[in-house]
Write a protein that binds this ligand. Structure first.
Ligand SMILES: [Zn+2]
Length: 318
């Protein structure tokens, strides 16, 4: 639908980490920020300061963006909105871009969208969230629209985590289709309607296909461990989750409303997450291997301790 640099992409569904630092950027980590490519949907999550330039480094143009989702209005999750929105305007991005955020943060979102003098030609649709639930439907190539929903997290400021669920579909079995004498447009008709009347009798969809589970993705930022973390993470193909602290500083994590790598990895392990992306690291730690070792004590799936500009493909369909 929109132009994007195909040579940078390894999968039609992948996460790009723009930045991976909590609170303040460091010499090696930009402020927090992520882009999820999901077929034609390109969602910018939590643009911290410097996101405009990180997008440039990642080869992602403002024109590619189809949606912006913000978990909460702390600077490491939102300061970059000002620059990105001005870039959307400068580049005359034609599509309307929904911007989703906690409704209690509207004042700051509006400030960030009008922070200096410039000629406004951006088209944004601000969408403040005040309760858990469906945010939107997101187009998908294979199974149709996925559902984007939000759930309230437990942080020092109102914060929402996000989850994207593609509906389950069915995988047609060519041999069984041929056996039933179903070809051409009849295949689509059977998929749509569930049954098809043929010369040989009525064929049911389940006779000629097998279940194909939809893919799912969850984005969990600043929070203490709470029910929403578990329900957002349950069974997802990819979980992007903050692990600001290590377990040895679990008291600090609790006091400041954050997770440890051990907590994040435990959620992933017990929720059947296939690909775990840890991020949003405190500047107090200098060795990323510590996060990996801690997570590996409980989680044995695909693990990424995110670095800036990492690209992580959503795992292949089950
Ligand atoms: Zn943060």
């Amino acid at each position: 639908m929109f132009q994007r640099p195909a040579h940078h992409r390894v999968s039609s569904r992948e996460l790009v980490a723009l930045g991976t630092a909590s609170q303040v950027p460091t010499r090696t980590r930009n402020h927090n920020g992520y882009v999820l490519f999901w077929d034609d949907e390109v969602i910018l999550f939590d643009p911290g300061e410097g996101s405009q330039r990180q997008m440039l480094h990642a080869g992602i143009s403002a024109t590619a963006l189809t949606r912006i989702a913000i978990t909460h209005l702390h600077g490491d999750h939102s300061l970059g909105l000002a620059g990105v929105v001005q870039r959307i305007s400068l580049d005359a991005v034609p599509q309307t871009i929904p911007v989703v955020f906690p409704a209690s943060g509207r004042r700051w979102v509006e400030n960030l969208c009008d922070s200096t003098a410039y000629y406004h030609q951006e088209r944004l649709a601000l969408q403040g969230l005040s309760r858990d639930g469906v945010v939107s439907r997101v187009p998908g190539e294979l199974h149709g629209p996925a559902v984007l929903r939000a759930e309230r997290l437990d942080h020092s400021l109102e914060a929402y985590g996000y989850r994207l669920d593609e509906p389950d579909g069915r995988r047609m079995d060519p041999a069984r289709l041929a056996e039933a004498g179903i070809t051409g447009p009849d295949v689509g008709r059977l998929a749509q309607e569930g049954t098809l009347r043929t010369e040989r009798g009525v064929v049911r969809l389940e006779d000629v296909s097998s279940p194909r589970p939809g893919q799912s993705f969850a984005f969990v930022m600043d929070t203490r461990l709470c029910d929403a973390v578990w329900s957002l993470a349950a069974g997802v193909d990819m979980l992007v989750i903050e692990s600001t602290y290590l377990d040895r500083d679990s008291g600090l994590a609790r006091d400041h409303g954050h997770l440890t790598a051990l907590q994040a990895a435990t959620v992933a392990a017990q929720s059947g997450v296939r690909s775990l992306v840890l991020t949003h690291f405190s500047q107090r730690y200098t060795d990323p291997a510590e996060f990996e070792r801690e997570a590996r004590t409980v989680y044995d799936g695909e693990l990424t301790v995110a670095a800036d500009l990492d690209r992580v493909a959503v795992p292949r369909r089950r």
